[in-house]
Design a protein around this ligand. Structure first.
Ligand SMILES: Cc1cc2nc3c(=O)[nH]c(=O)nc-3n(C[C@H](O)[C@H](O)[C@H](O)COP(=O)(O)O)c2cc1C
Length: 104
């Protein structure tokens, strides 16, 4: 049953910090991105960009940016999910204005 599948998936998931030196097929990467970007977002703005990083030098820089967590660079592929605040602001600028007022 679907609920059993969801439960066992949620119960068995863990964070992985050791990676095989495998090549991930582009089809798999695209599928992961397609499923991931079905996540809900406020007003369905989807204010994100996903950068697929395979290049070793860039993975090293990302590991450094992640407070020097070396395992980050060892992943064969990194999906860098980047927020685009300007796109949320376009729709929710009123809320931003209220927040700024409250912060004063
Ligand atoms: C918002 C967020 C940030 C996290 N940042 C890191 C991180 O910088 N480094 C890391 O190794 N794990 C990070 N984690 C993973 C958590 O440490 C991990 O989910 C937690 O220890 C539970 O382990 P599990 O995911 O295997 O169940 C992060 C998790 C979340 C939700």
């Amino acid at each position: 049953m679907l609920i059993d599948d969801c439960s066992s998936m949620l119960e068995s998931r863990i964070s992985i910090r050791k990676f095989r030196k495998a090549t991930i097929p582009d089809n798999d990467i695209n599928e992961i991105i397609e499923i991931g970007t079905k996540a809900p977002s406020a007003g369905n703005c989807q204010p994100w960009r996903i950068v697929v990083v395979k290049d070793a030098a860039t993975r090293e820089k990302l590991a450094e940016a992640a407070w020097g967590q070396g395992f980050v660079a060892k992943a064969p592929v990194i999906l860098a999910v980047c927020a685009v605040p300007a796109e949320s602001k376009e729709r929710y600028s009123e809320r931003v204005a209220v927040r700024k007022k409250l912060e004063k």
